[in-house]
Design a protein around this ligand. Sequence first.
Ligand SMILES: [Zn+2]
Length: 303
Amino acid sequence: MSEFHAVPRVIDSHVHLYPDEINRAPIAWAAAHGEEPWARMCARRRKDGQPVQGFPAVDELLLTMDRAGVERAVLLGWYWLRAENCALQNRFFADLVRRHPDRLSAFAAVQPAAGADQAVAELRRARVEGLCGIGELSPHAQGYAMDGAEFSAVLACAAEFNWPINLHVTDARGPIYPGRIETPREEFVRLARAWSNVTLVLAHWGGGEPLGDATTVEFERVFYDTAASPLLYDATMWRRFINKVGADRVWFGSDFPLNNYPASEAEPEMARMLAEVEAAGLSAAEKEAIFCVNAARGIGVNV
Ligand SMILES: [Zn+2]
């Protein structure tokens, strides 16, 4: 049993999962439901024709987690353009967290551009149904201002519920890929300053650089997830980034079912990224923080 305690429990804080009706025919579904940008990103293929994104059902996700030793996944919706697609995603997640409370947590999808009242009503419903955060959102892709009234209503909700918000951030210096959107860094700095009472989780290492000094009050609730790190950065990123912000600011997240190693792995999976962290020279305490403690605290689960 002592061996068990030496291994940190793992929460994967950045996992995407879609309802069957989307999985069955993602491109056709997107065309019929006004979500073409999502399809451009998710349905792309490698040069050899293999998809870079899988569309697993929940049983396959749970098996992948079991194989990698991931205890819990935080399911993120998508930055859907239409409110009704957010609702579809959230009802799907509500059912999953009811069926698998020990393995799955889920964040709500929301489209503030469809109107503040509608967005807030959707979040209140999602909260009653057992969801525990908001995201992944992308104001730039969804078409609303980060300092506008609609998004402010969503941020006020997050503050009231004590919910984290996961935001997509693109590295301005990073690779060009289909569906890439620019996310100006100053806007995230202003957001963190204006909403220092809200936990912000900036995806993909926050675009590769911390927003500011992690010890200052205005950035105290800014966290960074590691989603898609192997696609964007080499394995030295773990040590380098944690040296800058401290291990207590980083949430481990894979971006499963995105294939993080498309050159060498046929299918998306989780274990290899965990092995990359194991080899990154982090202390046991640092690993415990990024794998488990930080996200557990953020989403309000006991570990
Ligand atoms: Zn993501």
